[in-house]
Design a protein around this ligand. Structure first.
Ligand SMILES: [Zn+2]
Length: 505
């Protein structure tokens, strides 16, 4: 369980859209990087270099800037660009040799000099004229890590060639903005809305109204994006729900093509959120599509709370589909019209071809379904894998043995390229994530078995010994998880229960 607090204020950050020198103004090239798969936040995504504001950033003088906040953001942008790509955008840097820049970078990385000290020491200065402001974007509230990111357009200085310093980034390349956008359209890369907006805007050419076009949407002025299309045809639409912290939202997915729309997990019980979702569905319908079905991954309230309202909004005609073990517990609240079995294929009419294969993956809930789209390697994972927080296995609905089996089955899917979870951002490193999930559970199991071997007899005893990283407030939930592990170990023949408590075999 994470200590992240999603209600905390977004942290200031800056990103640099680096333009290639002498680029063709009709088909300009930008430097696009790939974030390391190991990163917890947006690992594996294509993005622009950048990062969080450092306390030292504000200590730098920026000429031609009258606003202290903007100056600090420029300082952060310049520092991140230097640290991540070795490109130094500072007045005076043109007289440095490549070797000198490398040694400067080493001074900074090793901590021998702070960023302001380094600039002063080498007589370098930052100028706001080198950093064109093209928008400020807020991370949507579905993430525990939220940023208020300043975007700057920067011309790559003469004689400097960006190169990725391995670590936070795994690679980078000069690419025509239009081509990068096509890669996204072909589902070859994953990107967040500000990146896609930048690629789109630049692809239309370096025209005199370029900055105006960048700033023409409210999202470039800190209005959070609601429809997040990490992948074309898959809209992630987070809705506020009474869910388990650190999550505050549940992802509803709108999967669409030219003719049909599937709505997965409209989970919010709140009127305002239901209206926002209905408006997004209406937008898709107005373009000539129809809603084929509302599909439920599982029965938890934060995934089904908005079903009735959406059905009503759509005139009551739309059908709801789910697994039998989801339909049964919901029978008093949500009418399920069609049952989905493992292996069923839901294929949308129209183009592009989208065929979702249903997988019955119990563990978090008995009737849990995942949906796999083989062509683009997309997995809708519900609450089996989430982009935020941890997955609770709470018996008897939850079953650890089933859960591990489901994770292993998901791990065998070929060509898996993205996981869209029930909470948090998309997961661009699916196999790494699945391995993490499996090994995390096995590690917990090993510790629990060890604790039982050492004489811990109740779930409470075990939590006190094993869940040392969890706040006492979360102990009740941890006890449920321990019980799930004990049930699995019992089924595996490794522990048994006697009147006074659990014992190892
Ligand atoms: Zn759930």
């Amino acid at each position: 369980m994470s200590k992240d607090n999603s209600t905390a204020a977004p942290k200031d950050a800056a990103a640099v859209i680096l333009l290639r020198r002498n680029t063709d103004p009709r088909d300009p090239e930008v430097f696009l990087v790939r974030r390391s798969e190991k990163l917890a936040f947006l690992g594996g995504f294509s993005a622009f270099p950048g990062g969080q504001l450092d306390t030292s950033d504000a200590g730098v003088q920026v000429s031609n800037s009258t606003d202290a906040e903007a100056a600090a953001a420029i300082s952060c942008a310049a520092r991140e660009l230097f640290e991540e790509l070795g490109v130094l955008v500072a007045r005076g840097a043109e007289s440095l040799t490549k070797g000198q820049r490398v040694s400067l970078l080493d001074d900074l990385e090793s901590g021998r000099m702070s960023w302001p000290e380094l600039l002063r020491h080498y007589n370098l200065s930052l100028d706001a004229c080198d950093f064109t402001f093209v928008g400020r974007w807020l991370t949507p509230p579905f993430s525990a890590r939220r940023f208020d990111t300043w975007f700057f357009l920067v011309n790559c200085p003469q004689k400097q060639e960006p190169s990725v310093t391995p670590g936070e980034l795994s690679s980078g390349e000069w690419i025509a903005a239009g081509r990068a956008h096509e890669q996204w359209q072909r589902s070859e890369i994953l990107a967040v809305p500000p990146t896609l907006h930048a690629l789109n805007t630049i692809a239309d050419g370096l025209t005199p109204d370029l900055v105006e076009r960048f700033l023409a949407i409210p999202h470039a002025h800190r209005e959070p994006v609601r429809r997040i299309e990490f992948r074309p045809n898959y809209i992630c639409f987070p809705v506020r729900t009474p869910t388990k912290p650190p999550a505050t939202h549940t992802n509803c997915y709108l999967i669409y093509n030219s003719r049909e729309i599937l709505v997965i997990d409209p989970g919010s019980p709140y009127g305002e959120e239901q209206q926002a979702l209905a408006a997004a569905v209406d937008d898709l319908v107005r373009a000539g599509r129809s809603v084929r079905e509302i599909i439920l991954t599982h029965m938890h309230p934060d995934h089904v709370g908005g079903v009735n309202s959406l059905r009503e909004h759509l005139g009551g005609r739309v059908k709801v589909a789910a697994h039998r073990f989801t339909a049964e517990p919901l029978s008093d609240t949500v009418r399920v019209d069609r049952l989905i079995e493992d292996g069923d294929v839901i294929e949308l009419m129209g183009s592009p071809r989208i065929a979702l294969q249903a997988m019955h993956t119990p563990g978090h809930a008995r009737g849990h379904l995942c949906f796999y789209e083989a062509e683009t390697g997309t997995l809708i994972s519900g609450d089996n894998i989430v982009g935020l927080g941890s997955v609770l296995i709470d018996p008897p609905e939850g079953n650890m043995r089933d859960y591990l089996e489901s994770l292993r089955r998901m791990r065998t899917l070929p060509n898996l390229r993205v996981i869209f979870g029930g909470h948090g951002p998309a997961i661009a490193n699916p196999y790494t994530k699945l391995d993490e999930y499996i090994s995390h559970r096995l590690e917990r199991e090993r510790k629990i078995l060890e604790a039982v071997g050492d004489g811990a007899k109740t779930a409470e005893d075990i939590v006190a010994r094993v869940y040392t990283d969890v706040t006492p407030k979360a102990h009740t939930m941890a006890e449920r998880a321990v019980l799930a592990h004990l049930e699995k170990l019992e089924a595996d023949g490794q522990v048994f229960y006697e009147q006074e408590g659990w014992r190892a075999r």
